[in-house]
Design a protein around this ligand. Structure first.
Ligand code: GZL
Length: 328
């Protein structure tokens, strides 16, 4: 089986990172209009966008960025469909886009596998795909023209390096995102390789949501009484863990340290308040880059196979001014 598992390697991706990073940093990740903005009218590019859900603060910010950028003013006619984190809903939306004869399909796959049939149908319909955020693992040859998102494995590595340097006696519970999603698979791979499996007392999925993160943490507190650190694959599950730790009569950020990924406002506030200990950013505000990619793909121009959205990381020295200045 020839897998098209997305991997971020090579100079091309690096060069794309630098270009994109400068753009994102200079605009603060904002949604400025793309340089070659379109004048609208009947030459709009019709785009079917299948968003995986509304499960977290990150996803809300990502959807806001997509809707702020994929506008008629920017030359896009957007058909946006939310799948409530169900793959069958995404597959139905993708098939509807084929029936509608859209010019371009963009989607963020809730999990990596299970897309072979519909990706082949899209290919047979000769509709180009711009992959957004999450990654796919498929047997279909050349299933998408370009992918824009974060380097999830690096995010896990960055989180692991902080733990190794700052909590050498860590007994870690790993609160994982949606099992089988590219973000969960790659963050786990990057983190575990750094901290060492022998320092991980247990793992469970909180499906990237606050409520399921709290429930998984409540069970973990019973199962792993010697745990002293939680690595949560996103802020929302980390915020749920705070509730569970507090309900158990322990102090989050002290009795049990918390390391998370995303960098949404609520997460950074928890960091400043001492309840989180380290937060690796995963910037969701890249709608303008998606528009640029769609236009280039539609016009048959060259685009890099991968464009990495540049991330930062934050510790408890973060200031209120920094938090207040952020876009999400
Ligand atoms: C990461 C994104 C993840 C976020 C979660 O790019 O796919 O999904 O980390 C979200 O908050 O649910």
């Amino acid at each position: 089986m020839v897998s098209n598992k997305m991997r971020t390697r090579g100079l091309t991706a690096t060069m794309a990172v630098l270009a994109l990073g400068l753009a994102a940093c200079s605009s603060g990740g904002g949604d400025e209009k793309p340089a070659d903005d379109n004048k609208g009218g009947d030459d709009l590019i019709s785009v079917g966008f299948s968003q995986l859900g509304a499960e977290s603060g990150w996803r809300t910010a990502n959807t806001e960025s997509v809707k702020a950028s994929l506008t008629e003013e920017n030359g896009i006619e957007l058909n946006f469909v939310d799948a409530q984190q169900k793959q069958e809903n995404q597959i139905k939306a993708l098939r509807d886009f084929i029936d509608q004869g859209v010019d371009v399909i963009a989607f963020s796959p809730v999990v990596e596998t299970g897309w072979d049939e519909v990706l082949q149908e899209i290919k047979d319909a000769d509709i180009p795909v711009v992959l957004v955020d999450r990654t796919v693992d498929t047997t279909v040859e050349d299933p998408y023209v370009t992918w824009i998102g974060a380097d999830f494995k690096q995010e896990g590595t960055t989180a692991g390096e902080w733990v190794k340097a700052n909590v050498p006696d860590a007994k870690i519970f790993e609160l994982q995102g949606t099992l089988g999603s590219g973000a969960q698979v790659d963050r786990e791979e990057g983190f575990d390789a750094v901290v060492g499996a022998e320092n991980i007392v247990g793992k469970a999925s909180g499906n990237f949501t606050r409520a399921e993160g709290k429930a998984a943490m409540e069970a973990a507190l019973q199962a792993y009484p010697d745990m002293n650190l939680v690595f949560a694959h996103n802020d929302d599950m980390g915020l749920g863990a705070i509730e569970a730790i507090t309900d158990a009569g322990k102090v989050p950020g002290k009795d049990i340290k918390i390391v998370t990924i995303d960098g949404v406002r609520d997460g950074l506030q928890a960091l400043k308040d001492g309840k989180f200990n380290y937060v690796v950013e995963c910037n969701p505000v890249f709608g303008d880059q998606i528009v640029d990619a769609i236009k280039k793909v539609h016009n048959g121009e060259d685009v890099p196979k991968e464009t990495i959205v540049v991330d930062k990381a934050f510790d408890q020295t973060i200031t209120q001014e920094e938090i207040d200045a952020r876009l999400y």
